[in-house]
Design a protein around this ligand. Structure first.
Ligand SMILES: [Zn+2]
Ligand SMILES: [Zn+2]
Length: 324
C-alpha cells in the first residue's frame, strides 16, 4: 500500500520486490502494526517522508534472503523491524549511547519503505529476534507501542503512581509492565469513553476516567500518548511536586500557555524521541518475562486506509495490525 502524497488515501500498487543491499535482509512480512506515527505521516503532520512511501514500522517478518554480510539472522528466522532503521554510528549522539537522536538517523516507514507490504527490506543490525511466546500478529505492536512505551516508562523514573493519558496501543502495554513493577496505574481516556475505561480497569488500572477529570490522587508521573497539547497543562496539574510529564508521541497539537505555578515545585516536562537498540533489547527481555496481553484488531493489508481511519477516530481497542 503506497502513500503517494499526504492527505490522500494509500493506494494498492504492485511494485518490484525490493532487493537487500549489503547488510540488509529481505523479509516476507507476516504482520505490521498500525502506529499513530503512520497517521501523522499520512496526514502530513510529519512533513518530510520519502515519497512514494510504504508506511509501517512495526514489522514482523521472516528472513527470505540476505544481502552481503547480513549474517546476523539465518534464512527462515522471524525478526521484528522497528522505527529506527539506520544510524550513522559516528555523530556525538551515536557515540554516547543516544542513537535515538542521531542527526542522520533514517526511520522505517518514513525515510525507508516499511511494512504495509508483502515484502520489506531492513538493515539486519536494527532488527530484533522476537520471543516465541508471541505470535506474529501479537508481536507486531511490541515493535513500537511496546518499545516506545518502555522508553517512556523509563523516562518516568520510579514513579509509584503513574498516569497514562490516551489508553491505546502503547498505554495498554505500559500499564501491564507498570503493574508488574508494582506501580499504581491511573488511566485517562477520551471523555466519556466507557469502553476504554473498562478495558484499562481490566488490565489492572486502579482508576480510569476522562482526561479532563482530575485523578482521585496525585500522580508521581504522567505519560502522554494522546497527541493533544492541552493535556500537558492538565497532566502538570495532576502530578505532585517533583513529578514528570513525559510526552511520548512524535507529534502533538500546540500546547496552550499555562501559569508557571503548574511547573513550579520541580515538576518536569520532557519528550521521548525514537528508540535505541538497547531499549529494544531491554524491552524484549521484559516481554519475555511479563506475559503481556496484547490486544489487537487485525485487518487485511488492503484495508490499511480503514485501519488508519479507525485509529484516528479512536475505534481500535489496543492495537491495529495489518496482515498481508
Ligand atoms: Zn549518528
Ligand atoms: Zn510507532
Amino acid at each position: 500500500m503506497l502513500l503517494e502524497k499526504a492527505n490522500a488515501p494509500l493506494v494498492a500498487a504492485d511494485i518490484a520486490a525490493p532487493s537487500p543491499g549489503p547488510g540488509e535482509l529481505l523479509l516476507q512480512v507476516r504482520a505490521c502494526g498500525i502506529c499513530r506515527t503512520d497517521l501523522h505521516v499520512a496526514r502530513g503532520d510529519l512533513t518530510e517522508p520519502k515519497l512514494p512511501l510504504v508506511l509501517g514500522h512495526e514489522i514482523v517478518g521472516t528472513v527470505v534472503a540476505r544481502g552481503e554480510g547480513a549474517d546476523r539472522f539465518p534464512e527462515g528466522q522471524r525478526v521484528g523491524v522497528p522505527w529506527l532503521g539506520w544510524t550513522c554510528g559516528a555523530c556525538a549522539y551515536c557515540r554516547s549511547g543516544r542513537e535515538n537522536l542521531c542527526e542522520r538517523a533514517r526511520f522505517t516507514g518514513y525515510d525507508r519503505d516499511g511494512g504495509y507490504a508483502e515484502q520489506a527490506v531492513a538493515d539486519a543490525r536494527y532488527c530484533f529476534p522476537i520471543p516465541d511466546s508471541y505470535d506474529d500478529v501479537h508481536a507486531a505492536p511490541l515493535l513500537c507501542a511496546g518499545l516506545i512505551g518502555h522508553r517512556a516508562l523509563s523516562a518516568a523514573g520510579d514513579a509509584a503512581r503513574l498516569g497514562l493519558y490516551g489508553f491505546g496501543a502503547a498505554a495498554h502495554l505500559v500499564a501491564q509492565i507498570a503493574r508488574h513493577q508494582g506501580r499504581r496505574v491511573l488511566a485517562f481516556t477520551r471523555d466519556g469513553d466507557a469502553a476504554t475505561q473498562a478495558f484499562a480497569l481490566e488490565l489492572g488500572a486502579a482508576w480510569a476516567g476522562g482526561s479532563s477529570e482530575p485523578p482521585p490522587e496525585p500522580l508521581d508521573a504522567a505519560i502522554l500518548f494522546a497527541p493533544v497539547g492541552a493535556l500537558v497543562p492538565a497532566a502538570l496539574r495532576a502530578v505532585a511536586p517533583g513529578g514528570t510529564v513525559v510526552c511520548a508521541g512524535i507529534h502533538m497539537s500546540p500546547i496552550p500557555s499555562f501559569d508557571y505555578a503548574l511547573l513550579w515545585g520541580e515538576r518536569m516536562i520532557r519528550s521521548v524521541a525514537n528508540l535505541t537498540r538497547k531499549d529494544g533489547e531491554e524491552f524484549f527481555r521484559l516481554a519475555n518475562e511479563v506475559p503481556l496481553r496484547v490486544s489487537v484488531e487485525t485487518l487485511p493489508l488492503v484495508e490499511a486506509n480503514e485501519g488508519l481511519r479507525r485509529l484516528e477516530t479512536g475505534r481500535i481497542q489496543g492495537a491495529g495490525v495489518l496482515v498481508p
